[in-house]
Design a binder for this molecule. Structure first.
Ligand code: NAD
Ligand code: ZN
Length: 354
């Protein structure tokens, strides 16, 4: 088993990574929750039918009373309505402050169940069992939990660290190809911003089967990078912004496509390539870097560019709104494996992009 410990002031938690670990979920959970009686397992309508009864059985065998709560799959479940439903389900189950919530699913389930755990009864323990690649390398680590509001994504949320993250790479076998590759965009991002050797390692195996052969190493490397960043900057005021590489421009593409045409991973992939070209224009990024990045991105079946108008870019950086400030921070690469934040005038950024 590979494991790492996220150490934050006053508390720390383990991330455990091993094939087949789902079958040990009960025993491991008991080892960190000595006094809990009830476990509310939140899952979604795709993940639940495949994995929930397995997890519930193991939890029951470890002496917990278990209730499985299944939400509809998809981003629309990260809503105030669904949050309210979870509160009701928790309380009708008899959940108390010494009990716990388990998130069994992708980032949607993790964010929603995590926010519900952070706020019900002023906060109960929370365990993540992430089942998408994105959730394993990104959303289950770092303690950000949230729901979407009408005004935008992730606008109500909290920092609520899990007690434990249980990662079973085998669950990725049932992921649709597009969802797997979406997660790969974030994996590539880690190589770009922090580890050039890891980037080269990925570039040698840009194929799902080859990547799955090395999946424990991949998950460990990504989680270790995120761990280090989060330990330095739990509240997202400094170092953590490097994780936004590819995301400012990616956001423009998501917006341009009405959040339907392009998935988050596709938008981030194209955003990273655009940021690499921008960096070359600004004299920050080595000239051969965009081609190397585009080679890996396209080998993974992700887009290297997405059409976007000046107006769409302007909307994404807030230039269409008054009073949002003239500067924006973009993350650029000064080497493959090293990122730097750069403040730019928004107008100058737009001119460099279109
Ligand atoms: P998701 O949770 O919607 O999962 C994608 C799809 O895969 C869903 O249809 C789901 O039902 C299905 N699925 C999940 N696991 C499966 C499995 N093992 N087998 C078969 N199908 C499976 O999407 P996601 O990409 O995991 O997460 C996206 C969410 O994560 C967004 O809401 C985003 O805001 C959030 N996020 C949060 C953070 C954070 O730090 N909290 C970071 C990044 C993203
Ligand atoms: Zn992302």
């Amino acid at each position: 088993m590979k494991s790492l410990t996220v150490s934050l002031p006053g508390r720390s938690y383990d991330i455990l990574i091993e094939r087949g670990l789902l079958d040990a979920a009960g025993v491991i959970t008991r080892s960190v929750l000595l006094h809990a009686t009830r476990i509310a397992v939140v899952t979604d309508s795709n993940v639940g039918p495949i994995y929930a009864s397995r997890v519930a059985t193991r939890m029951a065998a470890a002496g917990f009373q278990v209730k499985v709560i299944t939400i509809p799959a998809g981003e629309t479940s990260k809503s105030l309505d669904m949050l309210g439903e979870l509160y009701q389900e928790f309380l009708s189950f008899g959940l108390t402050r010494t009990d716990a919530v388990v998130a069994l699913g992708g980032g949607v389930v993790g964010d929603l169940a995590g926010f519900a755990a952070a706020t019900v009864l002023r906060g109960v323990d929370f365990i993540q069992i992430p089942t998408t690649l994105l959730a394993q390398v990104d959303s289950s680590v770092g303690g950000k939990v949230a729901i979407d509001l009408q005004a935008g994504k992730n606008l109500a949320g909290a920092f609520w660290q899990p007690k434990l993250v249980i990662m079973d790479p085998d669950v990725l076998d049932t992921l649709p190809q597009a969802v797997f590759m979406d997660g790969m965009a974030e994996v590539v991002k880690y190589g770009c911003i922090k580890d050039g050797d890891f980037f080269a390692f990925l570039a040698q195996r840009p194929d799902r089967k080859l990547l799955m052969d090395e999946i424990e190493h991949i998950l460990f490397t990504c989680c270790d990078i995120k761990r280090a960043v989060v330990e330095q900057d739990e509240r997202d005021t400094g170092e953590r912004m490097l994780l936004n590489f590819g995301h400012t421009l990616g956001h423009a593409y998501e917006l341009a496509g009405g959040y339907e045409r392009w998935s988050h991973g596709q938008a981030v992939a194209a955003g990273m390539c655009a940021a690499a070209h921008l960096g070359v224009k600004l004299g920050v990024t080595p000239p051969d870097l965009p081609e190397r990045l585009e080679g890996l991105v396209s080998a993974l079946g992700l887009p290297t560019a997405i059409p976007c108008t000046a107006e769409e870019y302007a909307a994404a950086v807030g230039l269409d709104k008054k009073g949002t400030g003239n500067d924006i921070r973009v993350i650029l690469l000064d080497a493959l494996g090293h990122a730097i934040p750069r403040r730019m005038d928004k107008q100058a950024l737009l001119e460099a992009l279109v």
